[in-house]
Design a protein around this ligand. Structure first.
Ligand code: PMP
Ligand code: GLN
Length: 381
């Protein structure tokens, strides 16, 4: 029944592995969601919005004005970037819809999209749904830095768009200022659009997050995507957004209005409050996740994994070769039975699965005692 564009896209690995965790009662370090909800006062703000009748009916197609204003203020306060909340901000059903609507709105069938693999699983599916062709460039262990010469060589007359992700899921790589500058120069020289997925913008432990839109020449050609799910630990609310020049926002909104039209009315008011939390919230959230990264990295290393320490995100990519394993998929499928832990095989994030065959990803956005218990179990391998 499934059409040719979606051939080969089965159930997502996150659903498969969360099911496995539920069936076996294993500790779920697979799908990336926190096991502690975000700030209680933000949850209260959502309850209040529902009680007060704010957002219970269809909100405006662009998102409620309070949230668009708060997003514009956040971009100004954090990065010194100015966006007009009425024409240059669009609220979406998570970053997922922002990515999908961007691909559907900006690509012609046959256009080429360059993306660094391993990539987040929805990228390939959204490029395929748009009838475009993806051109993967492989990030390689141990540090997963992009090969910028290969990137320049990969651009052809059919390349329309670069789809970037920094901080990068699943490797935790964070693009440096120099790398971003080189990418920006290329985009300008070859007249490319860039869609940047920056959902982990607040989770950088080593280095700094710099939005690509801040670089010279990029303001008019960059769609910048983020999500409240990651920054405020409310992944189920599915509040995401994009900032971009007005013509790009108008194009993407055309697709977006026929996908969901709108979503998450009352939650949008609550996230407007969340974005205005003091800097201390963001700093503390990041510090907390950093200590979890360190706890799980050390535990995985002690258990015999090769650990590629992430600079950002809440994921650690490992290699299971030192454990005598040769296949990350088989390893992850057997892990619940062997020691009661669930992880995700990185091979699913590659067009060339061979490049990631022995890589396995662990999420550390979990309570310390859960991480400690997982580490103890993995140590028995
Ligand atoms: N992009 C990346 C890189 C992600 O890891 C995720 C995972 N949540 C998303 C997009 C989707 O975000 P959302 O839940 O806001 O749709
Ligand atoms: N982004 C999350 C991850 O990488 C999962 C999101 C999802 O389940 N689609 O684990």
């Amino acid at each position: 029944m499934l059409n040719r564009r979606l051939e080969g896209f089965g159930t997502t690995i996150f659903a498969e592995m969360s099911n496995l965790a539920q069936r076996t009662g294993a500790i779920n370090l697979g799908q990336g969601f926190p096991d502690t909800d975000g700030p209680p006062q933000i949850a209260e703000a959502a309850v209040r919005a529902i009680r007060d009748g704010r957002g219970n009916q269809y909100p405006p197609g662009n998102g409620v004005p309070e949230l668009r204003q708060a997003i514009a203020e956040h971009q100004q306060r954090r990065y010194g970037l100015s966006f007009d909340p009425d024409s240059e901000v669009l609220v979406t059903a998570g970053a997922t819809e922002a990515i999908a609507a961007s691909m559907l709105a900006l690509l012609e069938p046959g256009d080429e999209v360059i993306a660094f693999e391993p990539f987040y699983d929805s990228y390939a599916a959204c490029i395929a749904m748009a009838g475009a062709t993806r051109v993967p460039l492989t990030l390689r262990a141990p540090d997963f830095r992009p090969d910028l010469d290969a990137l320049a060589d990969a651009v052809t007359s059919r390349t329309r768009l670069l789809l970037l992700n920094s901080p990068h899921n699943p490797t935790g790589m964070v693009l440096t200022r120099d790398e971003l500058a080189a990418i920006a120069d290329l985009a300008v020289a070859r007249d490319l659009l860039v869609v940047t997925d920056e959902v982990y913008e607040h989770l950088v432990f080593d280095g700094e997050h710099l939005p690509l839109s801040a670089l010279p020449g990029m303001g008019d050609r960059t769609v910048c995507i983020s999500s409240a799910g990651k920054t405020f630990s409310f992944t189920g609310w599915k509040v995401g957004w994009m900032t971009a020049a007005a013509d790009l926002i108008a194009a993407v909104r055309t697709a977006k209005q026929f996908l969901t039209y709108v979503n998450a009315g009352p939650f949008q008011y609550a996230i407007a409050e969340a974005l205005r939390l003091p800097d201390a919230y963001f700093a503390e959230f990041c510090r907390d996740l950093q200590s979890k990264r360190d706890l799980l990295s050390a535990g995985l290393a002690a258990a015999g994994f090769e650990v590629y320490r992430p600079q950002g995100t809440y994921f650690i990519t490992t290699d299971v070769t030192p454990l005598g394993e040769t296949d990350g998929f088989a390893f992850c499928r057997s892990l619940p039975e062997r020691c009661g832990v669930v992880a995700v095989p990185n091979a699913v994030f590659y067009d060339s699965p061979e490049s990631g065959r022995t890589q396995v990803r662990f999420a550390f956005c979990k309570r310390n005692q859960v991480l400690q218990e997982a580490v103890d179990r993995l140590g028995a391998l």
